[in-house]
Design a protein around this ligand. Structure first.
Ligand code: BDR
Ligand code: CA
Length: 320
């Protein structure tokens, strides 16, 4: 499969929808001039995989992609630990705040990991970007099964981790990497170029009522879905933290793929805590290079938030 002669980036979205995952998928599908979304692969995370796969199918229906965008269901539990979900945040449905229909079509028959291995094994070098916005179980399993697939991956752009900000799953760990730190360790130890959009970036691009208004004003189906989701995320933060703003997580990865000039960061070494009694899943970022460990990731901590929301609005306008 050779997609190198096109200026659109070939991407796969590995996700656990999840309210913000749903926004990320819609942003990517609205950016069809820049991104060729080949498939959605789902993993257990915010809610169990039976629900994340169903939600991915529902989101593709909203975008009018039922017949053209395959959804592959993946791993149902972390590599070595008990499942840990965030249904308290995203609701039991994973998409609290929205009325959900029965998906118009089922998931594809193949397991997500098998599909990833098959597709990447046939792809030309450095031709596929993986946008990973859930726990990294599917990606790590594929890398363990077929390490040669590294060569086909252009980069992994992932939402996970926290360094300048505190954690959200524990005082130090961000949810995606906390759920499956062993998978995260495998990914960060691989040879694949990695870009990290951590909580540090998410907190710097908060969802606010003023940023929801123009999306609501678009007036199309997907605009209303995205506005409903942003309102639900905001309402949760008001309830839990008394704050009228909320971090914008997963969609920043897609924003980075569409226009990396809106983001700033530093090439660093990142290791994942997999043994700590109190610090499981923490991202240990060598910001100043003091350890001398090899650089393995670009860590994004700056974002031009207003431009990101303008982009979100423009791309959602392209959808039904
Ligand atoms: C991440 O955890 C999930 O709840 C969100 O979908 C996002 O991927 C934020 O920590
Ligand atoms: Ca997610």
């Amino acid at each position: 499969m050779d997609h190198s002669n096109t200026s659109r980036q070939t991407i796969v979205i590995d996700c656990d929808p999840g309210q913000d995952d749903a926004i990320a998928i819609l942003l990517a599908l609205g950016a069809h001039e820049a991104l060729d979304v080949r498939a959605i692969t789902t993993v257990s995370g915010n809610v169990p995989v039976e629900i994340t796969q169903r939600n991915a199918c529902i989101v593709r229906d909203w975008a009018g992609k039922t017949a053209t965008l395959p959804v592959y269901a993946g791993c149902s539990r972390p590599l070595a630990r008990e499942p840990f979900t965030a249904a308290d945040v995203h609701g039991e449905s994973g998409l609290e705040g929205l009325e959900l229909h029965e998906p118009l079509a089922p998931v594809a028959g193949q397991h997500a990991v098998d599909w990833l291995v098959e597709m990447l094994s046939a792809a030309v070098p450095a031709s596929v970007t993986i946008c990973a916005i859930g726990p990294l179980t599917n990606i790590a399993t594929a890398l363990l099964q077929a390490p040669q697939i590294c060569a086909s991956v252009r980069e992994i752009v992932l939402m996970g981790g926290a360094y300048f900000q505190r954690g959200n799953a524990t005082p130090v760990a961000e949810f995606n990497l906390y759920v499956d730190p062993d998978a995260a360790e495998i990914v960060f130890s691989s040879d694949v170029p990695i870009v990290v959009l951590p909580r540090d970036a998410a907190v710097n691009a908060p969802i606010t009522p003023a940023r929801i208004a123009p999306i609501r004003a678009i007036g199309n189906r997907c605009g209303n879905v995205v506005a409903d989701l942003m309102e639900a995320i905001l309402a949760f933060n008001v309830r839990r933290r008394g704050l009228a703003e909320a971090p914008m997580y997963d969609p920043l990865t897609i924003g980075y793929l569409i226009d990396p000039s809106l983001f700033g960061g530093r090439a660093v070494n990142v290791v994942i805590e997999t043994a700590g009694k109190w610090t499981l899943g923490e991202t240990v970022v060598d910001w100043t290079g003091r350890t001398g460990r090899t650089i393995n990731a670009k860590w994004i901590n700056e974002v031009d938030a207003d431009s990101f929301y303008t982009m979100l609005c423009e791309k959602i306008r392209n959808l039904p």
